[in-house]
Write a protein that binds this ligand. Sequence first.
Ligand SMILES: C[S@@+](CC[C@H](N)C(=O)[O-])C[C@H]1O[C@@H](n2cnc3c(N)ncnc32)[C@H](O)[C@@H]1O
Length: 359
Amino acid sequence: MTCNIEYLNFKSNRLIPFDQFVETVLYKPKIGYYTKKIPFGRTGDFITAPTISNLFSEIISIWIVSSWEELGKPRCFNFVELGPGDGSFAKVFVNTLKKFPNLFNSINIYLYEKSEFLKNIQKEKLKDSKIKWINNFDKINKGPVIFFGNEFFDAIPIKQFTYKKKLLLEKYCYLDHVKGFKEVYQRAKIEDIKEIKNFRVLKDLKFIEFPKLGILEMSKIVKKIKKLSGGVLLIDYGYTKLLNRSTIQMVMQNKKVRTDDFFKNVGKADITSLVNFSLLKEYFLKNQMNVKKIVTQKFFLEKMGIVERAKILEKKMDLKQKNYMLSTLNRLLNKKLMGDLFKVIFAFKSKSNNFLGFK
Ligand SMILES: C[S@@+](CC[C@H](N)C(=O)[O-])C[C@H]1O[C@@H](n2cnc3c(N)ncnc32)[C@H](O)[C@@H]1O
């Protein structure tokens, strides 16, 4: 199957900022990548931690239980999963919470999902009446709130910029009738230049990736947390030492696709970018949030006791089950696999500060 250009409904020669182009390709109702097939899991294009192993979801669930305790066991408590994918995390989360009746009776569980197609998949999988789907956070008005997103931020399209002499230029895409999709750099908008110049971490870069849409999402989350207390835990693949290049990745059938074939594979592959965790941290700090030290997924999961939990579970397993569990654990923790590349950041506003997993 090749990318059918008309299919994506682009008008010829209209310039579209790169983030909006990717947004259309991924999320435009009925035709976008995330709106017509399940991209996750072994039969999909990529595997995420909750679809690799229930252990991951169990450990995050325990972290949420411990954070509720840290927040003083409030009688009214809210949890929002950002971008729940195929619902794998939420399923384990609800089952785990049932072992903590005090929390289970106090918690409102919300799923925040953009794709109607995925929402239906989630509703099929998650029949528990505790779970509610929301398109904004207006309903959350009482009690602290914890937001959690695994591979949420990386799925939100970014803007790309470069300097020509001292001029900041933004990447745009357009559809040429004869040659297909093309890219071109145009003068950046003043409001974007101002915003970018405000970030210390972007100062010395010649090539800039700026998650404008992601920050817009974070601004709604930060506003809620500042009003109600709580925090946001994000796990994603990304970096803290600055990169000076495009980090766009395309993945199809669990293999990376060459990004010089970007336009050829548009619509057929997932498109993500590496998350700039230093920028996220700077954003949260600028907005008067506290931020825990950024740690790797390996560090966080080990601190939260994932290895000990696996040892308990393996006692009840036969050899085949045990080997399978250990191979998935290795995938999550191995530094050459997901262990180091994935990072964890927690930004919060609360009287307490002793949230687990970061030291
Ligand atoms: C890469 S998937 C990760 C899914 C899941 N968290 C996991 O780890 O398996 C990204 C998810 O975020 C959702 N998403 C992306 N942008 C979103 C937005 N702005 N608002 C709500 N959901 C969004 C996608 O539809 C998808 O469910």
